[in-house]
Design a protein around this ligand. Structure first.
Ligand SMILES: *[C@@H]1O[C@H](CO)[C@@H](O)[C@H](O)[C@H]1NC(C)=O
Ligand SMILES: *[C@@H]1O[C@H](CO)[C@@H](O)[C@H](O)[C@H]1NC(C)=O
Ligand SMILES: *[C@@H]1O[C@H](CO)[C@@H](O)[C@H](O)[C@H]1NC(C)=O
Ligand SMILES: *[C@@H]1O[C@H](CO)[C@@H](O)[C@H](O)[C@H]1NC(C)=O
Ligand SMILES: *[C@@H]1O[C@H](CO)[C@@H](O)[C@H](O)[C@H]1NC(C)=O
Ligand SMILES: *[C@@H]1O[C@H](CO)[C@@H](O)[C@H](O)[C@H]1NC(C)=O
Ligand SMILES: *[C@@H]1O[C@H](CO)[C@@H](O)[C@H](O)[C@H]1NC(C)=O
Ligand SMILES: *[C@@H]1O[C@H](CO)[C@@H](O)[C@H](O)[C@H]1NC(C)=O
Ligand SMILES: *[C@@H]1O[C@H](CO)[C@@H](O)[C@H](O)[C@H]1NC(C)=O
Ligand SMILES: *[C@@H]1O[C@H](CO)[C@@H](O)[C@H](O)[C@H]1NC(C)=O
Length: 592
C-alpha cells in the first residue's frame, strides 16, 4: 500500500497532466523506474494512468463511511437545551441555575466593532473522506501510520459535519454565535491539489456559506488547515518544495472567486509553525526527500511565506478593500524563567524561531529575524527584493492562536555552547522551556494542566493581557502596513480526562474549560481597558473533534459529541454558556 515504487513514479512525474470530468479525474505518473527515484534517460518508461479511486486505493486503502450520508435537516434546538448550568462564578453560594449573571465590572466593555465567534477545521470535523469527489490529504495517510494516532482512530467519519453542517450552524445560531470560522478542504476542491476543480465541493461550501447567512451567522474561511493534498506531497514534497506556491495560489484564487462575494474575513494558512514542524513526515509512508530533517521545517516556512503573500495579493485584487486577509500564527506567551540576561536572550530567540519566523517577514521587515536568517541562509536561498516587498504588509490584522504561556531559559550549558553548534539538542533556537516556575520561586506549574494528551497546554490566563500587548507592540504598532489590531483566532482548553468520562451530565459540566473561558474573556476585557487594540476572538472549538495525533482522546469542544453513537449527537457543555455570557454582559448589545 505505502509503496516507495509508487512514490518514485509520482515524484518523477515527467509530465503531470490532469484530465477528465470531476467525477473521473486522472493523473498520469510516468517515470524511468529502475528502483531509483531519479529518472534515467536510458531506462524504459513506465506510465500509469491513475484515477481518483486508484489514488485512494494505492495510497490510503479502505475508508470508513458514516451511518448517514445525506445532508441532515437541522433539528430545532429545544429551549430546555439553552438553560445555562448552575453557575461556577456569579454567586458565592449557588442556589441554582437561575442566579443572575452578575456582578459586572463597569470598567469593561467590548467595543461596538469587536467581532467574535467559534472555529473549526475541515479535516477534524467533516468526515465524508472519500465522498463526492474528495481526494486524500496527508492527514488521511497519517491516520494510517502505525501508532501515529494514540487511539488508532481515523477522521474518515469524524463529526460527519459534511452532512451535519446545517445542524451545526443552527446550534451555533441558537446560542447567538456571531461568526463561524471553518476551513476548506483543499483536496475536496482540487482532488489532486491542482488540475480540475471538483464542482461538488464548490456546491457544498456554497451551501454551507448560504446556510450560515440564512441563520444570521457570519461565515469566515481558512484556506489551509494542515490537510495538504496527498498527491502534492508525494509528487514534489508538499510544502518542502516551492512548487507548492503556484498550486496554493491557484487554489486560493478559486476559493476567493467562488466565495468572496459572501465571505469577508479570510485566513490563508493556519499555524505554519505547527505544520512546518510536522516535517519530516514518517519515512515509510510518504515519498522520502533528501533534505536533512532539521532543515525541512524551514523549507516549508519559505514556501508558506511565498504562498501566503502571493495569495494575499491575489485575494485583495479579487475581493477589494472591504475584505480582510491574514494568516493565523500561533504560540504561547514567553516568560523568562529568571531575570538573567541569558534567559532574556533565550526568550528573544524563542520568539524569533517561533512567532518571529512568520511575523517578522510579514509585519516588520519582509525577511526572517536576524537569528533565524543566520541559520537558514546556510541552506535556503534569499528572498528576492520583489518577494520581500510582497511579503511585507501582506496582512490586514494580526491573528494569533494564543492558548497559553510558558517559561523560557538558556540551555544548562549556556547559550554559547548552543548557538552555531549543530550537535546541540536545542539547536537552532537554543531556547529551553518549562511549564514550572523556578525552584526559588516555588516550583509550581504555571497553571492547571489540560488533558495529558495536550501536555503543551496549561491555563495561564493571567498572562493574556501582557501577551496581547506584546503582540501589539511588537508586530502591529510599528508595522508599515494598514494592520488593524490583534485578534485571538483560537483559544480553548482540553478538559483533563474528559475522554474517559462516561456519564453524560458529568461530561457536560466542564469546570476547568469553563474557568478558562471566564478568565480568558476577562483578560481580553482587561487588555482592551488598558488600551490594547484587541479586535476579535474565535473560540476553539465549537464541537469535540478529531484532535490530530490525539485522535478523539483529547477534547477541545464546547459541545460534546458521542463518537460511539452512529447518530453523532451534539450537546452544549457548560463552557459554551460561559463563553457566550461574556458577550451578554460586556457586548455592545448586552449589559445595561
Ligand atoms: C474513469 O477513468 C478510468 C481510467 O482513465 C477508465 O478506465 C474508466 O472507464 C473511467 N470511468 C468512467 C465512469 O468514465
Ligand atoms: C537507476 O537510474 C539512476 C539514474 O540514471 C541511476 O543513477 C541508478 O544507478 C539506476 N539504478 C539502478 C538500480 O539501476
Ligand atoms: C493501535 O494499533 C497498534 C498496532 O496495531 C497496537 O499495537 C496498539 O495497541 C493499538 N492502540 C490502541 C490504543 O488500540
Ligand atoms: C529519508 O531521507 C533521509 C535524509 O536523507 C534519510 O536520513 C532517511 O534514512 C531516509 N529514509 C528512508 C526510509 O529512505
Ligand atoms: C526579577 O524582576 C522582577 C521585575 O523587575 C522583580 O520583581 C523580581 O524581584 C526580580 N527577581 C529577582 C530574583 O531578581
Ligand atoms: C532543559 O530544561 C530541563 C528542565 O526543565 C532540563 O532538565 C534539561 O536538561 C534542559 N536541557 C538543556 C539542553 O539544557
Ligand atoms: C556542542 O554541543 C554538544 C552537545 O550538547 C556539546 O557536547 C559540545 O561541547 C558543544 N560544543 C561547543 C563548542 O560548545
Ligand atoms: C454514547 O453512545 C453509546 C452508544 O449509543 C451509549 O452506549 C453511551 O451511553 C453514550 N455515552 C454518553 C456519555 O452519552
Ligand atoms: C475591573 O477592571 C479593571 C480594569 O481592567 C481592573 O483593574 C479591576 O481589577 C477590575 N475589577 C475586578 C473586581 O475584577
Ligand atoms: C444511524 O444511527 C442511528 C442511531 O443509532 C439509527 O437510528 C439509524 O437507523 C442509523 N441509520 C442508518 C442509515 O444506519
Amino acid at each position: 500500500m505505502y509503496s516507495q515504487v509508487l512514490f518514485a513514479l509520482m515524484g518523477a512525474v515527467a509530465s503531470q497532466t490532469t484530465s477528465g470530468t470531476p467525477t473521473n479525474q486522472s493523473i498520469t505518473a510516468s517515470a524511468a523506474y529502475n528502483g531509483s527515484t531519479t529518472p534515467s534517460p536510458t531506462s524504459p518508461i513506465l506510465q500509469l494512468n491513475l484515477n481518483l479511486e486508484d489514488v485512494w486505493d494505492l495510497l490510503i486503502g479502505p475508508v470508513a463511511v458514516a451511518n448517514t450520508t445525506t445532508t441532515y435537516s437541522p433539528t430545532p434546538v429545544p429551549s430546555s437545551s439553552l438553560i445555562p448550568p448552575p453557575p461556577l462564578y456569579y454567586s458565592p453560594f449557588p442556589t441554582g441555575q437561575q442566579v443572575p449573571l452578575t456582578p459586572k465590572n463597569e470598567s469593561w466593555s467590548f467595543p461596538s466593532d469587536f467581532w467574535w465567534g467559534v472555529a473549526g477545521a475541515a479535516f477534524q470535523i467533516e468526515g465524508a473522506a472519500k465522498d463526492e469527489g474528495r481526494g486524500p490529504s496527508v492527514w488521511d495517510a497519517l491516520t494510517r501510520v502505525t501508532n501515529h494516532i494514540v487511539d488508532n482512530s481515523t477522521a474518515d467519519v469524524a463529526d460527519n459535519n459534511y452532512y451535519m453542517y446545517k445542524e451545526d450552524i443552527s446550534r451555533l445560531a441558537a446560542q447567538g454565535v456571531k461568526i463561524y470560522s471553518f476551513s476548506l478542504s483543499w483536496s475536496r476542491i482540487l482532488p489532486f491539489g491542482r488540475g480540475p476543480v471538483n464542482q461538488q465541493a464548490i456546491d457544498h461550501y456554497n451551501d454551507l456559506i448560504n446556510t450560515c447567512i440564512e441563520y444570521g451567522v457570519e461565515p469566515s474561511v481558512t484556506l489551509y488547515h494542515w490537510d495538504t493534498p496527498l498527491v502534492l506531497q508525494d509528487t514534489y514534497g508538499g510544502w518542502l518544495s516551492e512548487d507548492i506556491v503556484p498550486d496554493f495560489v491557484e487554489y486560493a484564487r478559486i476559493a476567493f472567486e467562488a466565495f468572496g462575494d459572501r465571505v469577508s474575513k479570510w485566513y490563508t494558512v493556519n499555524e505554519p509553525i505547527v505544520f512546518c514542524n510536522q516535517y519530516p513526515l514518517p519515512a515509510q509512508y510518504f515519498k522520502n526527500f533528501t533534505i536533512p530533517n532539521k532543515q525541512q521545517p524551514f523549507h516549508c516556512g519559505q514556501s508558506v511565506l511565498l504562498a501566503h503573500s502571493q495569495a494575499y495579493h491575489v485575494g485583495k485584487s479579487i475581493l477589494g478593500d472591504h475584505s480582510s486577509i491574514t494568516y493565523k500564527n500561533n504560540g504561547g506567551y514567553k516568560i523568562p524563567l529568571t531575570n538573567s540576561s541569558a534567559d532574556a536572550q533565550a526568550v528573544q530567540r524563542a520568539w524569533d524561531f517561533n512567532e518571529g519566523w512568520f511575523s517578522d517577514p510579514v509585519y516588520l521587515t519582509g525577511d526572517y529575524p536576524e537569528s533565524v536568517k543566520e541559520y537558514v541562509s546556510g541552506f535556503l536561498r534569499d528572498f528576492t527584493d520583489e518577494e520581500k516587498q510582497q511579503i511585507l504588509g501582506s496582512s490586514d490584522f494580526y491573528a494569533h492562536d494564543a492558548y497559553t504561556a510558558q517559561f523560557y531559559m538558556a540551555p544548562d550549558s549556556g547559550l554559547d555552547s548552543c548557538i552555531g553548534n549543530v550537535t546541540h539538542p536545542l539547536y537552532p533556537s537554543c531556547a529551553n522551556t518549562t511549564y514550572t516556575y523556578s525552584a526559588e520561586d516555588g516550583g509550581w506549574v504555571i497553571g492547571p494542566a489540560a488533558d495529558p494528551g495536550s501536555p503543551w497546554l496549561h491555563k495561564a490566563t493571567d498572562w493574556v493581557p501582557a501577551f496581547l500587548k506584546y503582540m501589539q507592540d511588537t508586530w502591529v504598532t510599528p508595522s508599515p502596513g494598514p494592520v488593524k489590531g490583534v485578534a485571538v483566532t483560537e483559544f480553548g482548553f482540553a478538559e483533563p480526562f474528559e475522554g474517559s468520562k462516561t456519564l453524560l451530565q458529568d461530561i457536560l459540566y466542564d469546570a476547568v474549560r469553563t474557568s478558562y473561558y471566564h478568565d480568558y474573556m476577562e483578560a481580553i476585557l482587561m487588555a482592551i481597558a488598558e488600551g490594547t487594540d484587541v479586535v476579535g476572538c474565535l473560540a476553539w472549538s465549537f464541537v469535540d473533534n478529531f484532535e490530530w495525533q490525539q485522535g478523539y482522546a483529547s477534547r477541545f469542544g464546547m459541545q460534546y459529541v458521542n463518537f460511539s453513537d452512529p447518530a453523532l449527537p451534539r450537546y452544549y457543555k457548560a463552557s459554551f454558556f460561559e463563553y457566550i455570557n461574556a458577550f451578554k454582559i460586556y457586548g455592545s448589545e448586552g449589559g445595561d
